[in-house]
Design a protein around this ligand. Structure first.
Ligand code: ARG
Length: 458
């Protein structure tokens, strides 16, 4: 097939090169953005009298028809036409002949692809944002049901201090809220219109770039034509944002996998979100959580791949940049696959409240509170730390919990201990006394949840 750029060539491209060079396999997913961008460009060319108004109208009508045909599944793309941009132009020209040939006036595929990918990513950012908002809503709902579900908090994966499951869930709420804000921030830098940059040095035609930007809903136009076609920061940034989203999902999944083990038994994934073993009849595996954790690696890989692709590229456009699409598309697909399944998995899992609370009780999670009790009675903290350390040692040796010691026994360690100690070191007190902003106390978490509901509606 004759190439759109074939004039200068005496020979056809090698068949292998046609396949090698072609990106239509994966960039066809930008067909709607390509067509929308071309419509705005054509309208502007007509308005500026760069092409006849009549041709501009024909182009727009032709593109509209083509969009409907693609959407109806009536169009098959041609690998010889290389990419989505030339496929659309070719199909348009087949439809409206000469007018179609005027569409590419004052434009290069270099600024065209920059436009398409920005538009495509902005659409996807919107979708992912919605999914994250839903995830935050699920977390809030679960948290609301668990403000009294006491569980052990860990550092170094060693029991540390008691918290509630609601508090733990709301920690993830904060993480995903930051992801939303990172997504919004990244979108600001994606939301810049590059058309008019031409191949690299803009154009001699009197293009109205601002008109095109407004038509397409962009907030600004790029300010340097070289940068306009060379910039893929926004792709890398999105891959970074997606990597962080996956990292957050993966950390939570790691916890759920751990908590699903017989040793923890804090949660049990619903049957609908677990799988069995082909050999061991007793098994119920948290595959979904594992797979999300596993898929995190491929998203990180894409981020690294994109950074590496861009690191050695001289200005301006280089064909290497065609390699930006598959990684960012796959990173987007992966996040869009993981977030909804994660939401449903956590919404349906069984929470073993009693086991959680039992877990909080063992392991001296109230030792800090015992020390604080002594401090409130006048003992310096460092001294109290040492006294309680000795009590813990005694309990370890005698397989007891701190709250199981009799008052007489306690007094052996410190005379100032009275019988109000049992209430002071109960799990409920330990949690509910921590009522400063950010703490796990029931009233504090309830207030945080109310605040969260307002924040999510932003
Ligand atoms: N398919 C190309 C890409 O994705 C479009 C731009 C091609 N430009 C060029 N001068 N070969 O990057």
């Amino acid at each position: 097939m004759a190439k759109l750029w074939g004039g200068r060539f005496q020979k056809n491209t090698d068949k292998k090169v046609d396949d090698f060079n072609s990106s239509i396999r994966f960039d066809k997913r930008m067909y709607a953005q390509d067509i929308k961008g071309s419509m705005a460009h054509a309208e502007m060319l007509g308005k500026q009298n760069v092409i006849a108004k009549e041709d501009s109208d024909k182009i727009i009508a032709g593109l509209k028809e083509l969009l409907a045909e693609i959407e109806a599944g009536k169009v098959s793309f041609d690998i010889d036409a290389e990419d989505i941009h030339m496929n659309i132009e070719k199909l348009l020209t087949e439809k409206i002949s000469d007018a179609g040939k005027r569409l590419h006036t004052g434009r290069s595929r270099n600024d065209q692809v920059a436009l398409d990918i920005r538009m495509y990513l902005m659409d996807e950012e919107e979708e992912i944002r919605k999914m994250l908002v839903h995830l935050c809503e699920v977390l809030i709902e679960l948290a609301e049901q668990n403000t009294e579900t006491i569980m052990p908090g860990y550092t170094h994966l060693q029991k540390a201090q008691p918290i509630t499951f609601a508090h733990h869930l709301m920690a993830y709420f904060e993480m995903f809220m930051r992801d939303i804000s990172r997504l919004d921030d990244c979108r600001k830098r994606t939301d810049v219109m590059p058309l008019g940059s031409g191949a690299l040095a803009a154009t001699t035609y009197p293009l109205d770039r601002e008109f095109v930007a407004e038509k397409l809903g962009f907030s600004a136009v790029t300010q340097n034509s070289l940068d306009g076609v060379s910039d893929r920061d926004f792709v890398i940034e999105l891959a970074g944002v997606l990597s962080i989203i996956m990292m957050h999902l993966s950390r939570f999944c790691e916890e759920l996998i751990l908590w699903s083990s017989h040793e923890f038994s804090f949660v049990e994934m619903d049957d609908a979100f677990s799988t069995g073993s082909s050999i061991m009849p007793q098994k119920k595996n948290p595959d979904v959580a594992e797979l999300i954790r596993g898929k995190t690696g491929r998203v990180y890989g894409h981020l690294m791949g994109l950074l590496t692709t861009m690191k050695g590229l001289p200005l301006a456009y280089n064909k290497d940049m065609q390699e930006d699409k598959e990684p960012i598309f796959d990173a987007i697909d992966t996040v869009k696959l993981c977030v909804p399944v994660f939401c449903d998995m956590i919404a349906t899992m069984k929470i073993n409240k009693e086991t959680m609370e039992k877990g909080a009780k063992g392991g001296f999670t109230n030792a800090t509170d015992l020390a604080d009790y002594l401090v409130k009675k006048g003992m310096p903290f460092r001294e109290a730390h040492s006294v309680v350390g000795k009590m813990v040692f005694y309990c370890v040796e005698n397989s007891r919990n701190l709250e199981d010691l009799s008052l007489d026994m306690m007094k052996e360690f410190s005379e100032i201990i009275e019988d109000d100690i049992y209430d002071a070191i109960s799990m409920q007190t330990c949690v509910n006394e921590r009522n400063i902003i950010g703490g796990p106390a029931k009233e504090t978490v309830l207030a945080a949840i109310e605040e969260a509901k307002k924040r999510i509606n932003l």
